[in-house]
Every structure is written in C-alpha cells, then in structure tokens.
Ligand binder design. Structure first.
Ligand code: 4EH
Length: 230
C-alpha cells in the first residue's frame, strides 16, 4: 500500500486536512513540522513547506527521501490567468513551469535551463482519479498549465507575460519546484489548486478574502482522492 505525501505551502492550506485525519504524530525535521497520520486506512505524511520554490523543494525532497512517500499530492490556492477560472474554482496541473527562470540572454526559452525541461508533466493516473472525483461530485475541474515563480503576482502585465510565454492557466509559487523534485526522483505527483484571486491589481485583497475558503475547497477534494488511491 502506498504512503501518500500531502503538502501545501501555507498553514491554512493544510489545516483543513489536519482537522479530518486520524492518529496524528508530529515529527520535527529540517526546521519544519511533518505530520504522520491515517485517513480511511491510508498512510499519510502532511506538511506545509513555507512559501516559494526553495522551501517547497526542501519539503518535497524530505517527504520523499526521509519519509519514503511514494506519491505526492499538493493542495492549495492559486491566482487565475485563464478567464474561465473564477474564485473558488479548481484547477489540476497537467504540466508545470517556472515563469521566473530566465537565462534567455543565452538564447534559451524562458523557463528552460540545460538538462532541465521547460515543462514537467504530472502523473496521469492521479489526474484521472481527480476527474472521477470531480464527476462524482458534479464539480467543474479545469486541467491546464500551472506557472510557478518566487513572486506574488498582482499585475496584468506580468500575467500577460506568463500567458504568452507559457500558455499558463494559473500561477502560484511552489508547484513547479515540487514537480522538478518528484520527477527527478521518479515519484508520481499531482498539483491541485483552488483559485483565490486573479493575479490582477486586486489580487492582494482578493487573496486575503478568499484564501481560507479556497484552501478548504482544495483540501476537501484531495481527501476524496486519497480514498481512491491504492
Ligand atoms: O504560497 C504563496 C501564497 C501567496 S504569498 C503562493 N500561493 C499563495 C498561491 C497564490 C499565488 N501565487 C502568486 C495565490 N495567488 C497567487 C498570486 N501570485 N497572485 C503570501 C500570501 N500571504 C501572506 C504571505 N505571503
């Protein structure tokens, strides 16, 4: 049976999970807290990484290498780029990229470095489980590209750059770094985000208003998926 890692970036993104799981055991490691737990007979390790690509890489690596998780699910919130995505809507990443990675002066595409890839694809099987859960609950679930960078985007200009260069549907600050780690270690991973804002001038205010409710939407969906993972 698998041992499933579930991570978020902020405390609010994992709090709704910790409320529902059982047999929680807290372990401190590398200046962070990891929560071993069970849910409907499944073994879980839950953590929030802190914000951004570096902290999320560290947490993903720890979940896989120290805790020996063999699948990783990310749950959290994101800013929307695709105008079909409204606050509270769900998106799953079919692929992820780093919108702030730039060695274009050497003729490379934005988001590309030698021996890396512009896009990292998430696990198809986990995506199909997500689609089953969405269908059963009659929820709309968009599948698309998620762009990650070490910046909270609150500008139409930056959104347009990310849309034009990556065709991204949503943006956040951790997904692609987690994807790179899982891909390198050959561990199936999945990124789910509920929209908290649209990354425009109002993003800061919208985020403050909607992040908790959107984080709950994402976490509830993830727990339904856990039941279906063998
Ligand atoms: O973990 C960071 C959080 C914002 S920073 C990335 N998360 C939320 C996703 C996200 C996002 N990322 C970039 C939602 N909307 C986004 C956007 N741009 N517009 C943060 C938030 N609150 C306090 C401190 N830092």
């Amino acid at each position: 049976m698998s041992k499933i890692a579930i991570m978020g970036a902020m405390p609010e993104e994992i709090a709704p999970l910790l409320e529902k799981v059982e047999n929680i055991k807290k372990i401190e490691y590398a200046d962070n807290n990891y929560y071993e737990a069970t849910y409907k007979g499944k073994e879980l390790v839950i953590a929030y990484s802190k914000i951004g690509k570096v902290f999320s890489s560290l947490t993903a690596s720890t979940l896989l290498e120290k805790f020996a998780c063999d699948k990783l699910l990310f749950s959290g919130v994101a800013g929307a780029i695709n105008p079909d995505l409204k606050i509270g809507d769900l998106i799953i990443a079919d692929k992820l990229c780093q919108h702030d990675l730039d060695i274009s002066i050497f003729g490379h595409d934005f988001g590309f470095v030698p021996e890396g890839a512009k896009f990292v694809e998430s696990d198809e099987r986990l995506r199909s489980i997500a689609k089953e859960v969405a269908k059963k609950n009659e929820l709309i679930l968009i599948e698309g590209t998620i762009a990650t960078g070490d910046q909270f985007v609150a500008s139409n200009e930056r959104k347009a750059f990310i849309s034009e260069n990556f065709g991204a549907d949503a943006l956040e600050m951790e997904g692609a770094s987690v994807a790179v780690v899982c891909d390198a270690l050959n561990v199936p991973f999945f990124v789910l985000r509920a929209i908290s804002d649209t990354a425009n001038d109002d993003a800061g205010m919208d985020f403050d208003e909607f992040m908790v409710s959107s984080a709950k939407i994402s976490a509830a969906f993830i727990l339904e998926m856990v039941e279906k993972i063998d």
